[in-house]
Design a protein around this ligand. Structure first.
Ligand code: FE2
Length: 239
């Protein structure tokens, strides 16, 4: 089963798909790639919008798309890509931003050097709030911060996602490989935004992982994905 954990396919809500037409095109690409489930994760910035208002807009975007969905399209689960901010820590309502049917929230870290402050913030979210954390495209932060500062955070009770597109370029690919090898990656996503961007499909990413690590790693990702969607505990998934 192919599950895409990170996408911007909902129309007109963020820097992803600009309208219904483009959303359908992105879903056509995913259908041709054999994706079964896609999690729609529009950007949530807590400094720009309340959770309530964000959810209203997200659900409206989804409703507008619904009549245009085709039977071959992947099933859409609603979620959000929540940008880390210190003020998130006090927000009990964070659990409303989790992936539909689960308590897992896709958390995007800031594109800066990750410090003790970020470590403590993520630790608080994990320990004190009613959400489980899946960190978005963990390989990307290595452009801004050290491997040690990133993996300090990933050593908390969090899961990690990588982007298929990052497996297409040598530098980001070697970062992905290192993170996979060291057990920090549980699932993949496309982070698809625009048709014109030509982001790699999940299938293309899977192919690279399979070539490097073998079919077992791909099966593990699949198993992890299913476990996330059945809202299993961190311990059960990490095994
Ligand atoms: Fe994203």
């Amino acid at each position: 089963m192919k599950i895409d954990f990170h996408s911007h396919i909902l129309p007109g809500i963020d820097d992803g798909s600009k309208d219904i037409d483009e959303s359908v095109q992105l879903l056509d690409i995913m259908a041709a790639d054999g994706v079964d489930i896609v999690v729609a994760t529009p950007h949530f910035y807590c400094t720009r919008r309340s959770i309530h208002r964000f959810l209203e807009r997200r659900n409206k975007a989804y409703e507008s798309l619904k009549p245009h969905l085709k039977p071959e399209h992947p099933k859409i689960l609603l979620g959000a890509e929540v940008l880390y901010d210190d003020i998130l820590i006090g927000k009990d309502a964070l659990s409303r931003l989790t992936i539909e049917g689960t308590n897992f929230m896709l958390l995007e870290m800031p594109y800066t050097r990750l410090t003790e402050k970020h470590f403590e913030g993520v630790e608080k979210i994990v320990e004190e709030l009613d959400v489980k954390v899946l960190v978005a495209h963990i390989e990307r932060y290595l452009n801004f911060t050290s491997y040690k500062s990133l993996t300090d955070i990933l050593d908390l009770e969090v899961l990690g996602q990588i982007n298929a597109e990052s497996l297409m370029h040598w530098k980001s690919r070697s970062n992905c490989f290192k993170l996979i090898k060291n057990g920090y990656v549980q699932v993949m996503g496309t982070d698809m935004h625009r048709v014109s961007r030509g982001d790699a499909t999940l299938g293309q990413g899977i192919e690279v992982v399979e070539k490097k690590f073998g079919g077992q790693t791909v099966s593990d990702f699949e198993r992890n994905g299913k476990m996330i969607l059945s809202d299993r505990s961190f311990e059960e998934i990490i095994g």
